[in-house]
Design a protein around this ligand. Structure first.
Ligand SMILES: Cc1cc2nc3c(=O)[nH]c(=O)nc-3n(C[C@H](O)[C@H](O)[C@H](O)COP(=O)(O)OP(=O)(O)OC[C@H]3O[C@@H](n4cnc5c(N)ncnc54)[C@H](O)[C@@H]3O)c2cc1C
Length: 388
């Protein structure tokens, strides 16, 4: 069978793009290998600049059916109270952060794609793509091997994307000495109208709590991989994770009666990307094109920026080779800007500094992400890098 576009992966990137293109009459097929989405410990908070992208794409009303806009973002160095920022009043797009349970958002957007007219095939695992015009996709569906063709294949198959190999892309990696451990906690007593981020620069650690509603918080700890004796992963390490949170400054009362609401998982904070995510008949979007350092929570906002950039290019011209190339150039521009800004923040807040330098840096992080917001990746994303 032949389609205008085949999208590999029904994550937030793939289903958002499919919805936008199908709404404009493009014939789209989405191939998603999972029949039921489960908790993979993935992003559940979209920054205000990403909310603005969702708004521009017309996706925000659907996303709000399973998400909530959180107005405040509280940053503290050690125990709260810290800087309680009103995101709606202080961001260029006057938006809060959008929080949600990731599997439900995937389901919601995949249903939106189907409603817009896209064909959606669940339980369909893509095993090979042959780039070209047309591009060919081989997928296993219900035990059968199917061969499909499309003018354009969009690979949105996530941070471990096999599509990068099929397209012959070179994957760049920037290793990182930090790790992040995350878990969904229920029964947390923290204020639910705010995201809570607590930094502890002397030990290069941070705790982050994202409210999902009904006292459920996606909770993360960031720590230097080498300096933590116990790997923060697996159910048995919950007590350890809570102890680390409290050492960073999370009030113990917040965790009175807290319990696990899902699996715990640990990730290294390495960045991985493809410099020009376009090959003949094949484009990468979302984490497949760039999986940023999860500490800064820009993955989903970047996903939505990719969708707007690629959809804009495809819908504004008939030459899809040029459209794919234009998308890849814009993607690289944004990627460099975002990673430049994230790199500065990472160095300021997570590299262990001593002596005079340490003293200077304990002050400057407040200037950069405190009320002065000199490097506002929460509000502005890649555009924040222009102050550097
Ligand atoms: C610990 C952690 C915390 C994070 N926190 C945040 C945060 O707070 N805010 C934020 O914005 N971002 C955050 N992120 C990043 C965010 O989760 C990702 O950027 C986002 O999920 C990427 O979406 P995607 O659709 O590109 O990929 P994915 O969500 O990985 O979706 C890929 C989809 O493709 C499917 N698939 C894969 N291979 C195939 C195949 N061969 N055939 C068919 N289907 C296939 C998968 O089943 C999946 O459904 C975090 C990431 C991590 C690891």
């Amino acid at each position: 069978m032949a389609y205008d576009v085949i999208v590999i992966g029904g994550g937030i990137a793939g289903s958002a793009l499919a919805t936008v293109l199908a709404n404009q009459g493009i014939e789209v097929l989405v191939l998603e290998r999972e029949r039921v989405f489960k908790d993979r410990v993935r992003g559940e908070a979209i920054h205000p600049w990403g909310v603005a992208e969702a708004r521009a794409l017309g996706l925000l009303p659907a996303m709000l059916t399973c998400g909530r806009e959180v107005r405040y973002w509280t940053t503290s160095f050690g125990a709260p109270p810290g800087d309680r920022r009103d995101l709606i009043l202080t961001t260029p797009h006057q938006a809060g952060a959008l929080t949600f349970y990731h599997p439900t958002m995937q389901e919601t957007l995949l249903q939106a794609a189907a409603r817009a007219g896209a064909s959606v095939q669940r339980g369909a695992a893509v095993i090979h793509v042959e780039p070209g015009h047309p591009a060919t996709v081989q997928a296993e569906m219900d035990g059968q091997l199917e061969t499909l063709r499309a003018n354009l294949v969009v690979a949105a198959d996530g941070r471990l994307a096999r599509s990068r190999g099929w397209g012959g892309f070179i994957v760049q990696r920037k290793p990182h000495p930090l790790s992040i451990a995350g878990v969904l906690l229920e029964g947390v007593q923290a204020p639910e109208d705010s995201v809570h981020v607590l930094y502890y620069p002397p030990r290069a650690r941070a705790a982050m709590l994202f409210p999902l509603g009904n006292q459920r918080f996606r909770t993360y700890v960031v720590y230097p991989t080498e300096t933590t004796p116990v790997s923060l992963g697996g159910h048995r390490n919950l007590t350890h994770l809570l102890a680390v949170c409290q050492e960073i400054g999370v009030p113990p009362a917040w965790f009175d009666g807290a319990r696990l609401g899902g699996p715990m998982a640990t990730f290294d904070c390495a960045e991985a990307w493809v410099e020009h995510p376009h090959a003949p008949g094949l484009v990468l979007i979302g984490d497949a094109a760039m999986a940023p350092n999860p500490i800064w929570g820009c993955g989903l906002s970047s996903v939505l920026r990719d969708v707007r950039t690629l959809a804009g290019a495809l819908l504004s011209q008939t030459n899809w080779r040029q459209a794919g190339h234009a998308y890849a150039l814009a993607h690289e521009h944004d990627r460099r800007a975002l990673l430049r800004a994230e790199d500065v923040l990472t160095r300021l807040l997570f590299e262990m500094h001593t002596g005079e330098e340490g003293l200077r840096l304990r002050v400057s992080p407040r200037q950069v992400i405190g009320p002065a917001r000199r490097l506002d990746i929460v509000g502005m994303g890649p555009d924040a890098a222009r102050v550097l």
